[in-house]
Design a protein around this ligand. Structure first.
Ligand code: GLP
Length: 240
């Protein structure tokens, strides 16, 4: 793994944005794997800035998001569909028809998962952006004795519900289920960028990067991938 530790958030954001836009510049029809959470917000802002300066176009890009909550409509401001429009899609020239997220409102969630996997099978993700959950989850692949390779419905762990609660008015509103790409699909990406910030993630960063490879720390499976770039701020990297 290629690990970079940055003094400032802006440097981390700019570095991550460059990794993504460099791929799009050299391959205009690149397939991007995108993530949500608070960490990528600054990265997306930097990508939008580069687009506005005319440095990059996303007209031929396709994107797949990692995950979506079950039961939130796309215009609910806590849905990941809303997040992606707010932070990225509405500000760049990627056509709506080329951006994909799992549909957490599907009547048949199993069919939705199978459909998402079918679309992923037809393409190779060139670069997959990831954040890291406090318990080591990537996407919404929660720690467990076994993990799923493909897209699946997941019941979120208590720790994740509590972490997500900060975005909702009451605990009751926090969705308990999500659809997530599986670790198999994540690991099939040609390259992966894991971006992590904050002292509260220092311990899990250490476990994920230097601990045993275990499904109990889903991010530790990234150690098996040949092209992972890890971007940390000083606090997240302080235990390495
Ligand atoms: C959610 C998302 C993950 C993300 C994680 C960390 O659980 N499903 O993809 O990595 O949040 O988010 P944050 O960057 O806000 O800590």
């Amino acid at each position: 793994m290629n690990v970079h530790i940055f003094d400032t958030q802006l440097e981390l954001d700019a570095f991550a944005a460059n990794l993504i836009t460099d791929i799009v510049t050299s391959k205009p029809n690149a397939v991007l794997g995108l993530a949500t959470g608070s960490t990528p917000i600054g990265i997306y802002a930097k990508i939008v800035e580069k687009y506005r300066k005319g440095e990059v176009s996303f007209a031929d890009v396709t994107s797949f998001n990692l995950d979506e909550y079950v039961g939130l409509k796309p215009y609910n401001d806590q849905s990941y569909a809303y997040y992606m429009n707010k932070h990225l899609f509405a500000h760049i020239d990627i056509p709506d028809t080329q951006t994909f997220l799992p549909n957490g409102m599907a009547d048949d969630l199993e069919a939705e998962c199978a459909n998402y996997d079918r679309m992923l099978l037809e393409r190779q993700i060139d670069i997959q952006l990831l954040g890291l959950g406090h318990n080591g989850h990537i996407g919404f692949n929660e720690p467990d004795h076994a993990l799923s390779g493909g897209t699946h419905v997941v019941k979120l762990k208590q720790a994740t519900l509590e972490a997500n609660a900060r975005f909702f008015a009451t605990m009751e509103e926090v969705p308990e289920y999500a659809i997530t790409m599986g670790v198999g699909s994540i690991l099939k990406a040609n390259s992966i960028v894991l971006a992590v910030r904050g002292a509260d993630k220092a311990d899990i960063v250490k476990q994920a990067l230097t601990g045993p490879i275990t499904t109990e720390v889903p991010a530790s499976l990234l150690q098996t991938h040949p092209r992972v770039t890890v971007l940390l701020d000083r606090e997240a990297g302080r235990m390495l």
